[in-house]
Design a protein around this ligand. Structure first.
Ligand SMILES: Nc1nc2c(c(=O)[nH]1)N[C@H]1C(S)=C(S)[C@@H](COP(=O)(O)OP(=O)(O)OC[C@H]3O[C@@H](n4cnc5c(N)ncnc54)[C@H](O)[C@@H]3O)O[C@H]1N2
Ligand code: MOO
Length: 394
């Protein structure tokens, strides 16, 4: 059995960054932009008014009067030039006319015909947005997983097509004679297939395109057929059939289809029978069938593989453990690292973490109630309440 760290390194060695493709800005959210984007213009491209009011020159005081000689609106510059005691009606976003050095907001003046008079207590701010105050032509947005806020910036930078890495195609195959899909009527010895739904959601959230393939029965023929349907995927994920039982056929069938196994079995709980390798052009990740094991392994291994395929920097693909204080005593771990389902509560310096009473890897209700995985290293001794530990947010 290899360690979690070694298994992760071997999983990451199975994927490489995918090619870059341009996508329209409106479709770029959630995609990884691997190279900096460059602004092709200044923003704002001209000094602009930040308020509705009157552009004037100098530093007016209460009682000063100005004659309104022009009007500037957003998208409609006034091309005249202001002299002393002259004002231009101006609206938010309009280019500031030549000669103007300040905008008096309209609430601070009275207007009589073409003459405005500055009122006592007028705001003294300039209300001018200098040209390029947001960004300059040539400024860049650094590589990142694009979030909604980034899109407005890219639009403003006049980047209509964003070069992003292709989404990795992840094919998910649940295996097992006992499984039927939600909504179907299970036989007396059957259960509802659950694992694929969380794994699909996690993979999509991380930026993958998911193909949910049919459930594969525990026969060589069925597994061969469904693995064949995964043709073209970048990452093939199987759940179940990874252990030592007579019906655990995934590795055997995958090997007959050319799988070069990187490893099988890791020193981790849950998740011991994890398997990974390369099959043709795809990475294959064989997750254990126990529902919680499959989901925990998806967090720890599949999501980093997806991020690596998207081209994220190596130091940001794996989830970073965060610190917490134990809310209660915990016993020693065995030879396998234990990723315990746990809940967080607010503490003073750090959150407090409480492992769930029941850690059986079949308990989805416990997983659903958890918001963290408490990391207990292999061979760790008993720990007392108040000791500092690491966790992964769920
Ligand atoms: N003799 C041993 N038995 C087992 C060992 C072992 O080392 N020696 N390891 C145990 C561990 S740990 C795990 S984890 C499981 C994993 O086994 P498999 O990957 O072969 O999974 P299955 O046997 O197919 O299923 C296990 C369990 O999970 C249920 N399951 C499977 N797929 C789904 C699904 N898509 N949705 C919901 N539930 C699913 C399945 O019905 C079984 O109950 O092996 C232990 N045994
Ligand atoms: O390691 Mo298994 O994944 O304990 O349930």
């Amino acid at each position: 059995m290899i360690s979690v760290e070694e298994a992760l390194a071997q999983c990451l060695a199975l994927v490489a960054p995918l090619p870059v493709e341009p996508v329209p800005l409106a479709q770029a959210c959630g995609r990884y932009m691997p190279h900096p984007a460059t602004a092709t213009r200044d923003q704002p491209p001209f000094a602009a008014s930040a308020m509705d009011g009157y552009a004037v020159q100098g530093d007016p005081a209460a009682g000063d009067r100005f004659t309104v000689v022009g009007e500037a609106g957003a998208g409609h510059a006034w091309h005249g030039s202001l002299g002393p005691l002259q004002a231009a009606r101006i609206f938010t976003g309009a280019p500031l006319p030549a000669g103007a050095t300040r905008v008096i907001i309209q609430e601070d003046v009275t207007r009589d015909g073409d003459v405005i008079t500055v009122q006592p207590g007028a705001d003294t701010g300039s209300h001018i947005r200098p040209a390029g105050q947001d960004f300059r032509a040539g400024d860049t947005l650094s590589p990142r997983l694009l979030r909604p806020n980034d899109l407005a910036l890219l639009a403003s930078m006049n980047v209509p097509l964003v070069p992003v890495t292709r989404r990795p195609v992840v094919a998910i195959i649940a295996t097992g004679d006992e499984l039927v899909m939600p909504g179907e009527t299970p036989g007396p010895d059957q259960i509802i297939a659950s694992n694929s739904f969380t794994i699909k959601a996690l993979a999509e959230e991380a930026g993958a395109e998911v193909r949910l393939l049919p459930i594969a029965r525990d026969t060589v023929e069925a597994l061969t057929f469904v693995l064949g349907l995964a043709e073209g995927a970048d990452i093939i994920v199987t759940t179940g059939g990874a252990s030592v039982g007579d019906h655990d056929l995934v590795a055997q069938v995958a090997e007959s289809l050319g799988l070069q196994r990187a490893f099988w079995k890791i020193a981790m709980r849950p998740g011991k029978p994890l398997m990974a390798g390369r099959m043709g052009n795809a990475a294959l990740l064989g997750l254990p069938g126990n529902p919680v094991s499959s989901v925990v392994c998806a967090h720890l291994f599949l999501l980093p593989m997806i991020r690596a395929a998207l081209g994220l920097p190596a130091d940001s693909v794996a989830p970073e453990p965060r610190p917490a204080f134990l809310a209660q005593d915990v016993g020693p771990t065995g030879p396998r690292a234990h990723y315990m389902r746990a809940t967080l509560t607010q503490g003073e310096a750090l959150p407090l973490i409480t492992p769930a009473d029941r850690q059986d890897s079949s308990l989805l209700s416990v997983l659903s109630a958890a918001d963290a995985l408490l990391i207990r290293p292999a061979g760790d001794g008993p720990r007392r309440a108040g000791e500092r530990v690491g966790y992964l947010p769920l």
